[in-house]
Every structure is written in structure tokens, then in C-alpha cells.
Design a protein around this ligand. Structure first.
Ligand code: ZN
Length: 574
């Protein structure tokens, strides 16, 4: 009875904390102090830019360009445009989508600071939309945020030049940005724009959706110094070095890629929430989550202000491991420090094991290592099957699946919960508290050590919860039997952290690879172990079955429902 109550309290606490941390801030109104970033002010530009679809080459695109040039001149910039001839392949594709174009036109603006010889800060967003979408989020929000940032920083505060690139034809294939930063190829290297050669740091603003918190998900090479700046100046941060590594493995590109290929340091921001609005005809200014605009703009303003005022930009330094802690602050450290976190966790686990040496046996603890493996495999198999049933094998349209992401996320949650209940009740039912707990802790310790050795950027998401639960284990070992509060206190922030990251992973790859979140199953089992009852067996198995059936029903709903109205007209509507 007491156990169930503590379990419910823990899950409730983690849900409240996790949801709180996953929500974007409230948008700031237009009458805010001039030095603030105000989404209320930026929305005026979003409404002008996203009044209609404005793909490269269209009359609407030209109208947006005229408007932006005027806005930049009024903000103290000197402005020029640069023509980019589109390759034949791009022309054919654009024509096929009913938006013929032969060239792209970049808008390049400069507002000088005190030292014209100093490396410039470059703010970048693309002003084209896909055909058929007003593009309020992608990328009118980024363009409007840059105009609001330039307004909020008085020119007198600029120690160095501020360059703005509103690129064109991002949606066609990054053509504007490729031209600006130069296109290294096998046969020739074009130098790009002269201002690209004077750029010291790039900040790119993007979206793949219409809401949620804006994540800093990509940096330039050798990010140590730049991440240090991010850590010290950004309020309400969202950033994670594991996201940077995952993104490196994906084939996706944004306008930031050509800057990175040139070796420039920088920051890439995007919000991924409300994914149905990606490239959608429904992506209007009214549909845009102004909190997402606020969060992206405010983080970029903090960074831009600090970088523009700095006497010198940070030198390139070895990559740091970093992550925000529930949006409150950023922890950043050199990869080697991760070994200390692991050593501390390992030491505490050994301490707990010695203090309770009468309560566990090597044999049963060894078997509990397998419980962890079963939990991960079972979760992966269930998530894979659920994904197939929902149409993840290509039966449904890509954008239709993006629209179904909230349902697919609930499905992943139900199946993960079922996997944990089934593992506890069927596989690990006989494990004593300490046999199971120590075995699971050892498993997570081994996995985290492997990550620390092979992919240190990915270790914190495991290492920090592991350290917290290791502290809880040490405290529990010394407490009287049945003490659960150390577990509760360790599990609430840990589950919120893991849940927040799993949410981000599912937004990123959930429509094709929800199985990715199965890697967290052993860690979640470890965090909840003392709270998960193995008996009574029958009701728990029935509960797991109900979870699987509910997930299956959701999957069939996603598979069989009519095409979402948010799907772009040019996409293959099968
Ligand atoms: Zn975009």
C-alpha cells in the first residue's frame, strides 16, 4: 500500500517537474522594456512575412524581400542583395512543386561596431517558405526574432560588427547559405561572400514544427569556448551535447551546415514541438506558438549581446560535455570529468553493497543484470511492433505521421510502461530488493562507462541519474528497512530529466525510430526498482496487457485515420 502510494507520488512529481521544464516560457508582450526580447513585438514581423506562402522565385517572396530590406535599413543596417543561380536539379524540383524558380536572392546586412577589424557576429535565418505553406514558424519566426534581437541591442553596445544573413532557397537545398559560405567541391572551391571571411561566430534560427522549447542542438567544431559563453549568459537554456552528437549522425541539414563545413564556430537553434505544422498550409502566424518564438529569441539575444560586447571571441577549444538541468541552468565540463561522476556513483554503489552484504547474493545479482537487458529488449520489441502497426513501415505519409506525433508519443509511453511491468513481474519477480537494485545499478554503470569511453557527450543523461540513485542507495542501505524517501527524491528529478530528453528524441525521430528511447528502460527500472511491486501477479499482468492494447488501438487510429489537413499539398498523399 505504502509502496504504491510512493510510486504514484514519484510518477506524479516527475510528470509535473518534467512537463514544467518542457514548456516554453510565456511570450513577452510588446510593451516590455526595450532591452528585452518580446515575442509580442516580433509577431508584427511574423504576420507581415507569413501572410502567404513565399517560396523562392515567387512574387510573394519578392514582396517579403522588399519588406525585410526596408526593416533592416530602418534598424541601422547597410543592406545589399546577392543573386544565386539555382542548379538545374533544383529548378526541376521547384517547377514540379508548382513554384518555378531560376535564382535565389540572399539579403546581406551589416551594422558596424566599434572595431571594424574584429571578427563579426552573424545572425542567420531563411526568408523563403516551402510552396503552399505561410511558413510562420519555418522560418518567419527566425527572421522576426533576428529583427527583434537587432532592435534590442543598441549599436553603441557593439564592440564588433553585426552581420545579418536572410538566406533564400533554404527549402530548395540550402542554396543561399551554400553560396554565402562558399561551396567546397571536388573540382572547385568558391570563396563565398567576403563577409563570410570576416565572420567569427554564426547563430542560426530554425524550426521543424510550430511550438515548444527551442533547443540549441548543434555547434561548430571545437565548441569548448563557445559553450562556456552559452553556459554563462543564456537564461532559461535548452541545450544538450548528446543532441549535438545524435544530430551529427542524422542526414539532416540546415543553413548552419555550410557554415560548419567552412569550420565556423556557432550555435544552431530550433523548436520541434507541434510537428504537424512543419511545412504545413496550416502554419499561419495565429497557429504559431509565441512561447517557442520567445524562447528561441531570448536565448539568441542573450548570446548575441554577450558576443557583440566581448573584447575577443572565445578561441576554439576542445568540445565540452554539456546539458541543461530541467531548463534551470547548464552544466558543462571537459569529457574527462565524466570519469569522476562515474567513480563517485560506482563508489556509492559499492558502499551500499557492503553495508547490505547480508541482503544480496552474487548469483541473484548477476541475474538482475539480465533483467536490465530484458527490459531494454522488451521495450525495443514492443516499440518496434507498435511503430509497424501504426504505419511506420511506410504505409502512411511522412507529414501525416508528424501530425500523429502526440499519439505516437503516448503510444511509446504506454508500451515502455508495459515493458517495465512485464519485466518486473515475469522475469524479476523473485529478485530481492538488493539483488535487483545492485544488478540494475551495475548494468547501468557498465553501459555508462562504455558511453563515457566511446561517446562522452552522451554519458551525462545516464551518469547524472545514476549518481542520484547511487546516493539514494547509500542512504537507503543505512536507513531502517522499508525507507523509500531517498529513492523518491532521486527518482523525481531523474525521471523528469530522462522524460524531457526522451520527448526530444521522439519529436526528432519518433515517427520512424521510437525504439531509440528503449535505451532508457534499464535506467528507469533502476530508478523505480524499490517502488515497483512484483506481486500480485495477475492484476499487474492484466494492467500490462491493458497498456499494450491501448497502445495498439492508438497505433491503428494513426494508421487508419484520414490524411491530416496539415499535410503539405505537394507531398505524396497516399
Ligand atoms: Zn527552415
Amino acid at each position: 500500500m505504502g509502496k504504491w502510494l510512493v510510486l504514484l507520488l514519484t510518477l506524479f512529481g516527475a510528470a509535473v517537474l518534467g512537463v514544467q521544464a518542457a514548456l516554453p516560457p510565456a511570450p513577452v508582450a510588446a510593451d516590455a522594456p526595450p532591452s528585452d526580447f518580446a515575442a509580442g513585438r516580433a509577431m508584427a514581423d511574423v504576420r507581415r512575412i507569413a501572410v502567404a506562402p513565399h517560396p523562392t522565385g515567387s512574387a510573394a517572396n519578392a514582396a517579403v524581400r522588399t519588406y525585410l530590406i526596408d526593416r533592416l535599413i530602418r534598424s541601422g543596417f547597410t543592406v545589399r542583395t546577392s543573386r544565386v543561380v539555382l542548379p538545374e536539379k533544383v529548378r526541376t524540383r521547384m517547377a514540379g512543386r508548382g513554384a518555378p524558380a531560376t535564382e535565389a536572392i540572399n539579403i546581406i546586412a551589416l551594422r558596424p561596431g566599434r572595431d571594424p577589424a574584429a571578427d563579426a557576429v552573424l545572425l542567420m535565418a531563411h526568408y523563403d517558405s516551402v510552396p503552399g505553406s505561410p511558413g510562420a514558424a519555418d522560418d518567419a519566426a527566425g527572421v522576426a526574432a533576428i529583427l527583434e534581437i537587432a532592435r534590442a541591442i543598441p549599436r553603441a553596445d557593439q564592440a564588433r560588427d553585426l552581420v545579418v544573413l536572410f538566406s533564400d532557397a533554404e527549402e530548395a537545398g540550402l542554396n543561399g547559405a551554400r553560396d554565402f559560405f562558399g561551396r567546397p567541391s571536388k573540382t572547385e572551391v568558391t570563396l563565398g561572400d567576403p563577409l563570410a571571411g570576416r565572420t567569427g561566430v554564426v547563430i542560426n534560427l530554425e524550426s521543424r514544427g510550430g511550438g515548444g522549447r527551442a533547443m540549441m542542438f548543434e555547434t561548430g567544431p571545437g565548441n569548448g569556448g563557445m559553450v562556456g559563453v552559452f553556459q554563462s549568459v543564456v537564461h532559461d537554456p535548452a541545450a544538450n551535447s548528446l543532441a549535438v552528437k545524435i544530430y551529427e549522425l542524422l542526414p539532416n541539414n540546415t543553413d548552419f551546415s555550410p557554415a560548419k563545413w567552412r569550420g565556423l564556430p556557432g550555435f544552431n537553434f530550433a523548436f520541434l514541438g507541434d510537428a504537424r505544422l512543419y511545412h504545413s498550409p496550416l502554419a499561419t502566424p495565429d497557429a504559431l506558438d509565441q512561447g517557442a518564438l520567445q524562447h528561441m529569441g531570448a536565448q539568441a539575444l542573450d548570446l548575441t549581446r554577450a558576443l557583440l560586447a566581448a573584447k575577443a571571441l572565445p578561441d576554439r577549444a576542445p568540445d565540452l560535455v554539456f546539458g541543461d538541468v530541467l531548463g534551470a541552468f547548464v552544466i558543462a565540463y571537459p569529457p574527462a570529468i565524466g570519469w569522476l561522476v562515474l567513480a563517485a556513483a560506482g563508489g556509492l554503489i559499492v558502499y551500499a553493497a557492503r553495508a547490505r552484504r547480508q541482503d544480496w547474493t552474487p548469483g541473484q545479482t548477476g541475474l538482475a543484470l539480465l533483467d536490465a537487458l530484458v527490459a531494454a529488449l522488451l521495450a525495443a520489441v514492443l516499440l518496434y511492433a507498435g511503430n509497424l502497426l501504426s504505419g511506420g513501415d511506410g504505409v502512411t505519409n511522412y507529414y501525416d505521421r508528424l501530425a500523429a506525433l502526440p499519439r505516437l508519443e503516448v503510444q511509446a509511453l504506454l508500451l515502455s510502461a508495459a515493458a517495465l511491468l512485464l519485466t518486473r513481474t515475469l522475469i524479476a519477480a523473485r529478485r530481492s530488493l538488493w539483488d535487483g537494485w545492485l544488478g540494475l545499478a551495475l548494468f547501468v554503470l557498465v553501459v555508462t562507462t562504455a558511453l563515457q569511453a566511446l561517446l562522452p557527450a552522451g554519458a551525462p543523461i545516464f551518469a547524472w541519474p545514476l549518481l542520484l540513485i547511487a546516493i539514494a542507495m547509500a542512504l537507503t542501505a543505512r536507513a531502517r528497512p522499508g525507507t523509500l524517501w531517498p529513492t523518491l527524491l532521486a527518482a523525481i528529478p531523474s525521471l523528469a530529466l530522462i522524460g524531457g530528453f526522451a520527448h526530444f528524441v521522439l519529436l526528432g525521430v519518433g515517427i520512424s525510430m521510437p525504439m531509440a528511447v528503449a535505451v532508457f528502460a534499464p535506467l528507469v527500472l533502476l530508478l523505480l526498482w524499490p517502488l515497483l511491486p512484483a506481486a500480485p501477479r495477475r492484476p499487474i499482468l492484466l494492467a500490462a496487457l491493458a497498456l499494450v492494447l491501448a497502445a495498439g488501438a492508438l497505433a491503428l487510429w494513426v494508421r487508419l485515420d484520414p490524411m491530416a489537413p496539415s499535410v503539405p499539398p505537394y507531398s505524396d498523399t497516399k
